[in-house]
Design a protein around this ligand. Sequence first.
Ligand SMILES: C[S@@+](CC[C@H](N)C(=O)[O-])C[C@H]1O[C@@H](n2cnc3c(N)ncnc32)[C@H](O)[C@@H]1O
Length: 317
Amino acid sequence: MSLDLIDLHPAQADLQSLVQKGLHQRPRQLPAWLLYDPEGSKLFAQICEQPEYSLTRTELGLLQHHAEQIASAVGSGVIVEFGIGNARKVDPLLVAIRPSTFVALDISRCALEQSLTHLGQQHPTINMLGICCDHSNLRDLPEHAWLNGQRRIGFFPGSSLGNFLPDDAVQVLRCFRLLLNGGPLLLGLDQPRDPAQLEAAYCDAAGVSAAFARNLLHRLNRDLHGDFQPEQFDYRAVWQPQQQRIEMALVSRLDQIVQLAGHHWIFLAGEPLITEHSVKYSPQAAADLAAQAGWQIKHRWHDQEDTLSLHCLEPAD
Ligand SMILES: C[S@@+](CC[C@H](N)C(=O)[O-])C[C@H]1O[C@@H](n2cnc3c(N)ncnc32)[C@H](O)[C@@H]1O
């Protein structure tokens, strides 16, 4: 098995300035990728197993069921997955497409190492290349012999594009178009549906989503010398119909002062710190978004209830 890993993780100083910028905003909001330290990646894997969170099971079912059709739609080349997490989804594509190289991007180095080691054992003839980075800021893949002369096929499942607000999502899709160099993108997005169902999916009864959000405060304490008391924040996930999104936030239980990165931060009772958004896209909204970023949707596979789609995008020109 051949495995290589390139580490382009943002430096500690960048982390500090991102967090300070987010805490100065009103409402306060931090980039979603901060949720994924080693513990966050573990908790996200547990969220995917919760009965309320059907997205992973539905998307995996679609990939397994349509793998051959997807393979003929996207053609051959190296597969580039944006945000591999615990690598639950790419296996049917590796089997159907049989690329020479699989490239996995993730902000969590620990998730990358574990996932690529596991996939490398399952697929010993495929080169496994990991790139630890913020993929929303990556203009191209780093030079690597395994990529020379290879067509690129992008894979972005998990409705992760929904973590970006629409203007940023367009930018991300534009960047991916350049990075994929003319190749297609397989994009998984779930759709707006019953708000109660959506809110339950992001606030499971077992409290794993809440633990995932509070872990962000533990991470900030560790990485930026903070003294957040995570139990002094309530977790909430609310459907916002106008924006067609779920907003996830930690809400201060009381007036409190937190030290972080050498500064004092005042949190008033009831004040939210937004940890994440998840924007939902109808097929039409997905097509509009793709068009703004220079893509067109060539195929769409969806589940029976039409709650989640895998879109095959190709460059529009
Ligand atoms: C919602 S999880 C989805 C995981 C997997 N793709 C799935 O569909 O189950 C998002 C994954 O992308 C990674 N991630 C989130 N934001 C990222 C960013 N800006 N750049 C790179 N990786 C990111 C996280 O570490 C996590 O593994």
